[in-house]
Design a protein around this ligand. Structure first.
Ligand code: TLP
Length: 341
């Protein structure tokens, strides 16, 4: 199977598996797992933050961050297609008691002007703004990347008003590769950043939440409350350490494959794709011109050994990662061309 459903589907590399087998472990709920401690120190360093917390998933990282920054009854401003809104089972409401103020955007990238207009002070009717959340890269907008200046402007404006900014950087290493800058530079203006080891970086499990040491200490308790005290998690952290050091070096290949896919898709009659927007590892394309719903295309592709999921009836998403080669991307294009013709 050529699996382009997500970069979450990657299998650990032989080097990761070796490191997992040899990992030194301890009980992380007591803070005694040396490999987890090493991973948290290294992740904090890479993110340019005081401390970091190893969490089982990106969803848990975002959930803890929102809880750390907000009070129940507040609003969280984010883009209208953001992961925290559409893909996290309403955790913002369920765990933090907040509502989302969704801002429509063209490419998933908020502007300070759009955010500023939605900020609400306390008043007799409305929920005050508690947090601003930005997703970088933006998944459902097709892996789009925040310009550094935009991040600085949003965070600067928020901070002037006493508001915090959380970055859902599930794929922030892809953003760093696309911009040619360090992750720490991208994350610097934000108060907290979550990034995933288990997506483009290829680790089997885990995400990191990074930020100020006092917040991460509180986050540790929230992680436990959510059932995320993972005990001898060093076996997972060991793979995460390899992912952090090794995987960023090869993300450019995934980006080239995504661009190649988008260019090929744009040539298939009935499919609309915008190759110039495929700047990282995600391609969103419109299949409505084929007269087929995305679910039908997925089913036909599967019979030809290619997995690509629909986002809705009209849109589909292909995600490149280290378990798909450029030759396999070419095969996927041939299969798509055949099933829609
Ligand atoms: N994204 C998954 C699905 O949930 C859609 C994927 O296949 O892309 N933030 C962003 C921007 C994400 O894309 C994801 C996962 C998460 C957070 C949550 O991470 P996990 O799946 O580890 O909870």
């Amino acid at each position: 199977m050529i699996d382009l459903r997500s970069d979450t589907v990657t299998k650990p590399t032989p080097e990761m598996r070796r490191a997992m087998m040899e990992a030194e472990v301890g009980d992380d709920v007591y803070g005694e797992d040396p490999t987890v401690n090493r991973l948290e120190r290294r992740a904090a360093e890479i993110a340019g933050k005081e401390a970091a917390l190893f969490v089982p998933s990106g969803t848990m990282g975002n959930t803890i961050a929102v809880k750390l920054h907000t009070e129940p009854g507040q609003e969280v401003i984010c883009d209208s297609r953001s992961h925290v809104l559409d893909y996290e089972l309403a955790m913002v409401a369920w765990f933090s008691g907040c509502v989302i103020r969704a801002v429509p955007t063209e490419d998933g990238i908020l502007s300070w002007d759009a955010v500023r207009r939605r900020i609400r002070p306390p008043g007799p009717h409305w929920a005050p703004t508690g947090l601003i959340e930005i997703e970088n890269t933006h998944n459902m907008a097709g892996g789009t990347v925040y310009p550094l200046a935009t991040i600085r402007e949003i965070c600067g404006g928020a901070h002037e008003r006493g508001l915090k900014v959380h970055m859902d950087g599930a794929r922030v290493f892809n953003a760093a590769e696309a911009l040619g800058v360090a992750v720490s530079e991208i994350a610097a203006p934000a108060d907290t950043v979550m990034f995933c080891l288990s997506k483009a970086l290829g680790a089997p499990v885990g995400s990191m939440l990074a930020g100020p040491a006092d917040l991460m200490a509180k986050g540790r308790l929230l992680r436990k409350r959510l059932g995320g005290g993972m005990r001898q998690a060093g076996v997972l952290a060991a793979a995460g350490l390899i992912a952090l050091e090794e995987s960023p070096k090869r993300l450019k290949e995934d980006h080239a494959n995504a661009r190649f896919l988008a260019e090929g898709l744009a040539r298939i009659p009935g499919i609309q794709a915008e190759p110039q927007k495929a700047v990282t590892n995600i391609v969103i394309f419109d299949v409505s011109g084929t007269g087929l719903a995305s679910a039908e295309i997925s089913a036909r592709l599967k019979r030809r050994g290619v997995l690509i999921n629909g986002v809705n009836d009209r849109l589909m998403r292909a995600v490149t990662h280290y378990n798909v080669s450029s030759a396999e991307c070419a095969q996927a294009l041939e299969a798509l061309s055949a099933v829609v013709s």
